[in-house]
Each structure stands twice: as C-alpha cells, then as structure tokens.
Design a protein around this ligand. Structure first.
Ligand SMILES: C[S@@+](CC[C@H](N)C(=O)[O-])C[C@H]1O[C@@H](n2cnc3c(N)ncnc32)[C@H](O)[C@@H]1O
Length: 231
C-alpha cells in the first residue's frame, strides 16, 4: 500500500515527557535546581510538563517562528503520515512502551495537543527559534542539554559536519552534560556517525554510551552522554 501523506521538510512531531524521562535516564536529582535545554524539541510535551512542575526547561527548534495553529496542523499531519509509514513495518519495532500502533497514535496526539497549548502561552520565552549549529545562548547557560530524535537517526539527510557542529554547539552551552538519544536509525542499525564522533572528540570530550529503560526501534536502548574535558 502506498503512503498517501508526503512529508516535506523536517518531521515535526513530539515524544512525551514520560518518554523523555526514559530516553535520558532522568531522575529528580538531574533536574532539581538545574537549567535544562531541549534541542530540536519539536512538538514534545517535555518542556510543557516540566515547567508546570516548576522546573526550568527551555526548548529550541528551527520551526518555532511559526504560529501555533500552523505547528499544530503540521504535527497532526506528520503524525498521521508517520503512523501510516510505521504501520507498514511494525515488525521493526519493540512493542513494550506502546502496546500497538493505536496506542502510539493516541499518546502522540495528546502530546501534540499539550505542546500546542503550552506553545501558545510560552512562545518566545520557553520556546525559542534556533538552529542547532548556532544557539542564541552564552557559554554554559544550561546545566543539562538534551537532544532527542534528530542526530544519528537522520544521518541519510543530515551531514556528518552538521552532526559535529551541532554537538560542539550544544556542548558549548552545557556546563555539565549533553545527552543524545537514540543512536540507531529506523531499522535498528547504529549510525556510523556514532563511532566517528567518538573518535573525533575523544581528546576533548568524555563520552559514555549508557543503556536506558526504553526501546522502540530495535537496538534503540542506548543514549550518549557527553561532557567537555576541562583543559
Ligand atoms: C523528529 S523531531 C524530534 C522532536 C523531539 N525532540 C522528539 O524527540 O520528539 C525533529 C525536530 O528537529 C527540528 N530541526 C530540524 N533541523 C533542525 C535544526 N537545524 N536546528 C534546530 N531544529 C531542527 C525539526 O523542526 C523537528 O521539530
């Protein structure tokens, strides 16, 4: 069956705060009294939820100059297209966090609505338009920087230079740590950029690959934790 939805440009959807807590192995200790930046946050509900709970979280995305109605429509359209595409390859995924495709769709539609509501209220304050390779923040502005579902999974569309420059830029604004998830692509194979980045940055950055309690893409149960080595 042919996918009747065509996605143009970057996919604009969002994972939930519950998923983020698992992707990045976040516990209260990592978040309490820490400033957090979610990079390429899309329509994730992480920023909305964490701010409601009193945490200091800012989200950036290249599409945050767009108005709320446009982003909500784009998110719903992209989510429908994604669910249709994933339905044709269900066997590539691990059905544990989600029981089936319907549950995934409902969960992510709710995320999209939560994001839209908070984006209307916090646009320009906690939702800031920015390109990952040029973040509008001073060095060490944040304690923890997170990046979910942009690097490594799109290594067929985003160059190695984009990966390297984005990682260097996120490390510049992170005083403690940068965490990236996932490290695998859609069919579960690890991106070759993971090794290449580790080799290239080994002198200046402490890099760990850690197991996490989440796996949807097969093999997608690892995140990368990075910290600049002080000279
Ligand atoms: C697949 S979504 C991931 C959203 C969210 N992090 C998550 O895990 O659900 C990828 C996001 O990256 C954003 N994006 C793409 N290129 C970017 C860039 N150069 N700088 C900042 N954001 C970018 C897109 O607009 C999109 O919202």
């Amino acid at each position: 069956m042919k996918n009747k939805f065509k996605i143009k440009g970057p996919i604009f959807i969002g994972r939930s705060y519950q998923e983020y807590l698992k992707f990045f192995h976040l516990e209260h200790g990592c978040l309490e009294n820490n400033r957090v930046l979610d990079c390429a946050a899309g329509a994730s509900s992480f920023t909305a939820h964490m701010n409601r709970k009193g945490y200091d979280v800012i989200a950036v995305d290249i599409l945050y100059h767009q108005d709320p109605g446009f982003l909500q429509r784009r998110c719903e359209e992209h989510l429908n297209a994604l669910v249709e595409a994933l339905s044709q390859m269900e066997g590539h995924f691990v059905w544990s966090f989600f029981q089936d495709m319907n549950q995934l769709r409902e969960h992510r539609m709710k995320v999209c609505r939560d994001f839209s509501q908070d984006y209307r209220a916090g646009r320009g304050e906690r939702y800031i338009k920015a390109d990952l390779t040029s973040l509008p923040f001073k060095d060490n502005t944040f304690d923890l920087v997170l990046c979910s579902h942009l690097l490594f999974i799109y290594d067929h569309r985003l160059s190695y230079e984009f990966h390297l420059n984005s990682i260097k830029e996120m490390l510049r604004v992170a005083s403690k740590e940068l965490r990236i998830y996932p490290l695998v692509k859609s069919k579960g194979e690890k991106s070759p950029f993971v090794e290449k980045i580790m080799e290239e940055l080994q002198e200046t950055v402490k890099i760990e690959i850690l197991k996490v309690d989440y796996e949807f893409r097969k093999g997608g149960d690892e995140m990368m934790k990075m910290k600049l080595i002080e000279s």
